[in-house]
Design a binder for this molecule. Structure first.
Ligand SMILES: [Zn+2]
Length: 493
């Protein structure tokens, strides 16, 4: 029987003992995937539905080909084949589809248009390239690019597009600069901490290139405002860090007939593609459904190598410039998978899904939907699992812990986080072990769970409530809130 190498994405490695690839025997793709699952029972529910079908956030490739374009699970294997399990990332009013799709930029370049002397000098290295030249530089100057999310991906994209001479940049982000952003979001400086990201970015970009007009949107992208924000722009760049916004951005771009330059990062891995439904697949063709929320942690929960979003972001900027110049082969219909630890780039082909609900000829979705509920997560800005898991404020918890009958305190973070700091009298049970270690909690009359900011503890508390525990609360805002309100000696990380 042939042996194949099965590559496991970072998000699922915890279920296979940390291995990034395994060699397994099987005569078909289905057999090796099922062998992988059988050898690692905890992995099974993440790969298969209860009905035994492959889950939709999972796409499987044989060498470079999507098995959906082959014989699916029945695809025959040969000795030495590579089977890649690709997991979704890392994360719209009815639009007149009848409107002719606009090109990313206008290709007409009137020769009489003046080109200021200082711009000849600023862009001289572009002007020397026959593929850019004055014609290309004018296209860049006329281009309007929207960068959605000014984090690790969006900041290098915006900086390089401004440097390259893109005439108008729209920047969307509701957040303020946090000290923990500076490890990768190199557009911001230490003195920007606490400022709105788009305000700091506008100042920095205009200092870099006064010829670039910055339109700042200090807001969350929502189903209500997405069309209005996206409509004026030629190219959309996806710098989002969560699935509801990523699906929203994809759907709005498809419905408006605009290309979306996709990038995502997760720990040491990145993905890149260009989704343009007018001539290729969209994000939903690749990932028809989002992963379950507990497998979709943000960088804040999962961590990310600081240089990684810089790498992926610069490739997004490269694709954007190519779209504007109408030069080269864009990443349409191709997905780049980057592994920083191996320093390995792999490319797989992504076909248009003939049953895509959004971009196929059988599309059923004609407008934007409720993305938080589609992705099974709380609405942006809402407290995690509001109304189901009671929370306790940090100062109140401090008082309870000092009382005669203190609650049993459980830290659901990872051991390395515990090493950084933990609350006095806490017990460490990482979130992934809570289900197996419930007997350590049954004696407690009152339970309080905490994590870094409150997301993992809410998920763990919900699990305990489902298991029949009664008096379970979480520390609102996690150890961060404790550091801010009770014990400032605890470091924020
Ligand atoms: Zn599609």
């Amino acid at each position: 029987m042939p042996k194949a190498t099965v590559r496991v994405p970072a998000a699922l490695r915890t279920f296979v003992g940390g291995a990034s690839e395994l060699v397994l025997e099987g005569s078909t793709v289905g057999e090796v995937i099922r062998a992988l699952s059988a050898a690692n029972p905890a992995l099974h529910p993440h790969l298969f539905t209860s009905g035994g079908r492959l889950r939709r956030p999972i796409t499987v490739y044989l060498n470079e080909h999507d098995i959906r374009s082959l014989d699916r699970e029945a695809t025959r294997l040969r000795e030495g084949d590579v089977v890649s399990v690709v997991w979704a990332g890392a994360e719209a009013d009815p639009i007149s589809r009848s409107k002719p799709a606009r090109r990313p930029s206008r290709s007409k370049a009137p020769a009489e248009e003046p080109f200021p002397r200082d711009e000849l000098s600023r862009y001289s290295r572009h002007l020397l390239l026959p593929e850019v030249g004055l014609v290309g530089q004018r296209k860049l100057r006329k281009a309007k690019v929207l960068v959605a999310g000014m984090g690790g991906l969006g900041t290098p994209v915006a900086l390089y597009l401004a440097a390259a001479g893109v005439g108008e940049l729209g920047l969307v982000d509701f957040d303020t600069v946090d000290l923990s952003n500076l490890q990768r979001q190199v557009l911001y400086t230490t003195s920007d901490v606490g400022r709105p990201k788009v305000a700091a970015a506008k100042e920095r970009i205009e200092a870099l290139n006064p010829g670039t007009r910055v339109v700042a949107y200090p807001t969350r992208l929502t189903s209500e405002n997405a069309f209005d924000i996206l409509r004026p722009f030629d190219v959309i760049v996806d710098g989002t860090d969560n699935f509801p916004t990523r699906y929203l951005l994809n759907d709005a771009a498809v419905l408006l007939g605009k290309p979306c330059v996709y990038g995502s990062v997760y720990r040491f891995e990145g993905q890149l593609s260009v989704f343009d439904a007018r001539r290729g697949p969209c994000y939903r063709c690749l990932f028809t459904e989002p992963p379950s929320p507990d497998l979709a942690p943000s960088c804040a929960e999962a961590g990310v190598l600081g240089v990684l979003p810089g790498l992926i972001g610069l490739m997004q900027a490269t694709e954007t410039v190519k779209l504007v110049l109408e030069r080269g082969n864009p990443m349409v219909g191709r997905l780049l998978l980057f592994d920083a630890l191996r320093l390995e780039f792999r490319e797989v082909t992504v076909g248009k899904n003939p049953r895509c609900v959004l971009c196929s000829s059988h599309a059923t979705q004609k407008g934007l939907i409720d993305y938080p509920s589609f992705c099974g997560v709380p609405a942006p800005g809402a407290e995690p699992f509001e109304g189901t898991v009671p929370e306790v404020e940090a100062d109140l918890l401090a008082a309870e812990l000092a009382s005669a009958k203190p609650p049993f305190l459980v830290d659901v973070r990872e051991p390395f986080e515990w090493e950084i700091a933990h609350l006095p009298r806490a017990h460490l049970i990482p979130k992934g072990q809570v289900a197996d270690r419930v007997d350590e909690l049954t004696h407690a009359a009152k339970l309080v769970l905490y994590c870094r900011t409150g997301i993992r503890s809410a998920e763990s508390a919900r699990l305990l409530l489902e298991l029949g525990f009664r008096n379970v609360r979480t520390l609102r805002g996690g150890i961060h809130a404790w550091a801010q309100r009770v014990d400032p000696s605890i470091p924020l990380y």
